[in-house]
Write a protein that binds this ligand. Structure first.
Ligand code: HEM
Length: 369
């Protein structure tokens, strides 16, 4: 087990700008925006460029642990405190597809009541801080060069029918095979493989971020027994068949009719930039060199997770953005840097076309029941 002397200290040279970075970033974002406009025309409603379909919007509490050692007591985690949070569960596609189609799943967390100036100029006075996590430890397209290739494949099939789109997505990121390898999808030869229970997954930042004086990846894993037992648990066929479009929404809603659930947030600190690189997020940081160490607990109480008012608020009014954070938690590496323009472009178009003002909540009471 490493002690604090081995953790790499954050400094500006940790990040290395890549050749033709601005040009590649522009190509990625322009391609995403073109696909997004097609989606707008299809639905006559603007949706997110990625993670457009939400499955549950939850109110929760993030409790920063007391007595964290110096290397973990950084930034938001420097003092023990309970913060209200809004969590949006989603799947990764930039189109609205049946839940039966395999995909990475997202957990976006908006922490409310965070004092201090934020990283993005236009949100510098907001009292929120976002964390965006996906149910896989790495991003297979972990550099902007690889991401551009995948994005161009998606664009080449974006206006074709659903099946072709499924194949394109599969080819683009190898999602199905990647997920199946770690038990997150059922069958590598099946395109319609819905994966296990969404509440049993562990969610990761996939790429690095600044962790105060250090550099880390973040995760959120099931803690209470009732969600731990859902890890890898197959969703019953009868539930899927009852509603192939929206069974993920219904299993979250059913669970939280009566249950309280706890998840634990962890930070994996970088100890060696050669084996734990910041500029290639397709490399998994070995946990035997540096494990995820507990920093906070997330608690959800029973609630209604998908009322029409909540869905509209989360899908159309809110935005989650990895760069909307304290400067102590700014994202790091080229796959993160491209996200700065990507999220801004997607959110601006969505709010413009739906004639909605983007809101950063000042209190949890702004989340409709
Ligand atoms: C590196 C790991 C990544 C993670 C963990 C991640 C996670 C997420 C999550 C959870 C959401 C849903 C947010 C919500 O509920 O509003 C999201 C949305 C989005 N992601 Fe990512 N993502 C990653 C990489 C990328 C990359 C490389 C790009 C593009 C270059 C990208 C573009 C987007 C866009 C455009 C949205 C929609 C933003 C909006 O309209 O508000 N993501 N991402």
């Amino acid at each position: 087990m490493t002690d604090s002397r081995n953790y790499i200290r954050y400094n500006e040279n940790i990040e290395v700008i890549q050749p033709n970075e601005d040009e590649i970033n522009k190509k990625v974002v322009d391609s995403m925006a073109r696909v997004n406009r097609l989606m707008y025309e299809k639905h006559r409603h603007a949706i997110r460029d990625a993670h457009s379909k939400s499955h549950g919007i939850l109110k929760g509490e993030l409790e920063i642990y007391d007595n964290l050692p110096e290397h973990l007591a950084q930034g938001l985690f420097s003092k023990p405190k309970k913060y209200p949070v809004i969590v949006r569960f989603s799947t990764a596609q930039g189109s609205i597809v049946p839940d039966k189609m395999s995909a990475f799943r997202g957990m976006a967390i908006k922490v409310i009541g965070v004092e201090g100036q934020k990283y993005l100029d236009d949100l510098s006075h907001a009292v929120t801080q976002d964390f965006l996590l996906v149910n896989y430890p790495i991003i297979p397209t972990g550099t902007i060069k690889e991401y551009l290739k995948a994005q161009e494949k998606i664009e080449s099939h974006a206006d074709s029918d659903l099946l072709v789109q499924k194949i394109a997505q599969k080819a683009a990121v190898g999602v199905q095979n990647v997920l199946a390898k770690v038990g997150l999808a059922d069958d590598t030869n099946e395109l319609d493989a819905p994966g296990p229970h969404i509440l049993g997954d562990t969610y990761f930042s996939m790429a690095a971020l600044r962790y105060g004086d250090y550099v880390a990846k973040i995760n959120m894993k099931p803690l209470s027994e009732n969600v731990r037992e859902l890890s890898g648990k197959k969703i019953e066929d009868a539930i899927i068949e009852a509603d192939e479009n929206a069974f993920l929404t219904s299993i979250i809603a059913d669970f939280f009719k009566s249950n309280t659930a706890e998840y634990e947030m962890g930070a994996q600190l970088c100890t060696d930039l050669d084996i734990m690189p910041v500029e290639d997020a397709s490399v998994q940081w070995p946990e035997d060199k540096s494990p995820y160490q507990p920093i906070a607990k997330l608690v959800f109480f029973p609630q209604k997770t998908f009322s029409p008012e909540r869905r509209v608020y989360a899908d159309d009014v809110l935005s989650f953005n990895p760069f909307h954070c304290l400067p102590e938690h700014r994202p790091l590496g080229n796959i993160m840097r491209v996200r700065k323009l990507a999220y801004e472009t997607s959110s601006k178009f969505r709010h413009l076309m739906n004639a909605r003002v983007r809101v950063e909540p000042k209190g949890i009471e702004e989340l409709p029941d």
